[in-house]
Write a protein that binds this ligand. Structure first.
Ligand code: TYM
Length: 330
């Protein structure tokens, strides 16, 4: 069986960009593939320095995966931090990772650019964790012989870097020591837009959290930015944030019906938002209810993650042993 792997960084609350870009496609893949899904807690240490906040985030991401339907009997579900072999593999990969490759990573480049504009110091606030972020992510992926990595578009470059690093190692030892992974992207949800039309992202503060209470969900939807077209004017559905989000939650019939109303005119933005709220709340309500149930049972959560670790570690250890042997570090 082929292997599907993906992770989520516990830097804040899960949002519907995470849901459609990664969680939902990953859970679909889990039906056919051997799946390994995890919480990338050491990746979030780069930005989350408050221990209480870290703990809460980890629990919420864990509960979020389960509420979305992850079956811990079928999927190996774990925290990155409980698999020390990942960090040994990271050190191994470092020796095969060109510094220039890291210089080209989008997240690092964006931080440098931001600094250059504001601080006059390109390195301000950038820690080595951010700089070497793609190496740790490559270790996450390569340690479990992953075939496919379901992610949103913003992570594709990182998966390509994992390919580069694995190839460098296979080339050096003249052996297929590491499997070359592929990103799996669902084009229609590769970039879920946020309230302001930019990519939905915690760092833009434009997210719709997956588990917000109904009242807040409605409020957020009412905040979606629209243009000044009047009620009567015909509107282009594909140019509307509201419609793009609507498509994620509505049936094909509902999508066609709303598109028709857009084109005919006579429907204002407020009404379109109400319709969006209806379909969104329909899908998110059962998830929200399950989330509330799961998050309150810490013992059960810990037990599930401990069991995942138990299953993951022998696989990880085998990969590291294989590399050590090949490298003459027996
Ligand atoms: P993270 O935690 O930022 O995001 C988790 C997943 O959600 C996707 N995503 C989106 N997809 C579509 N539209 C959006 N607006 C949107 N926002 C977020 C991301 O693409 C991602 O798939 N580096 C990773 C975590 C990670 C990882 C890994 C992933 C660490 N190790 C190994 C895969 C394999 C990250 O920061 O994702």
């Amino acid at each position: 069986k082929k292997i599907s792997l993906t992770g989520i960084k516990p830097t804040g609350i899960l949002h519907i960009g995470n849901y459609f870009g990664a969680i939902k496609p990953a859970l679909e893949l889990a039906r056919e593939y051997d799946a390994r899904y995890f919480i990338a807690d050491y990746h979030s240490l780069n930005t989350v320095k408050d221990p209480k906040e870290m703990e809460t985030n980890i629990r919420e991401v864990a509960a979020g995966w389960l509420a979305a339907g992850l079956d811990p009997e079928k999927v190996i579900f774990y925290r990155q931090s409980s698999i020390p072999e990942i960090f040994e593999l990271t050190t191994f990969l470092m020796a095969f990772t060109a510094k220039g490759l890291m210089n080209r990573a989008h997240a690092y480049k964006a931080a440098v650019q931001d600094n250059t504009e504001k601080e006059n110091d390109p390195d301000a606030g950038i820690n080595m964790g951010l700089y070497t972020y793609p190496v740790l992510m490559a270790a996450d992926i390569l340690i479990f012989d992953s075939d496919v990595v379901p992610v949103g578009k913003d992570q594709v470059q990182h998966v390509e870097m994992a390919q580069d690093i694995a190839q460098a190692i296979n080339f050096n030892y003249k052996k297929e020591l590491l499997k070359i992974p592929e990103a799996s992207i669902q084009e229609d949800v590769a970039v879920v837009p946020g309230l302001d039309g930019r990519k939905m992202s915690k760092s833009y503060n434009n997210t719709i959290p997956m588990f917000v209470p109904e009242k807040q969900l409605r409020k957020l939807i009412m905040r979606i930015v629209t243009n000044s077209q009047g009620v009567d004017e015909p509107k282009d559905p594909e140019a509307s944030q509201i419609y793009l989000l609507y498509k994620l939650f509505a049936t094909k019939e509902e999508q066609d019906a709303l598109a028709k109303r857009y084109r005919e005119g006579g429907m204002g933005w407020g009404e379109a938002k109400e319709e969006l709220f209806r379909v969104m709340n329909r899908e998110l309500t059962p998830l929200r209810n399950r989330f509330e149930e799961i998050i309150s049972d810490t013992d059960k959560l810990n037990e599930i993650l401990a069991r995942g670790t138990e299953r993951a570690r022998p696989i990880a250890a085998a990969t590291v042993a294989r590399l050590r042997k090949a490298a003459g570090i027996g």
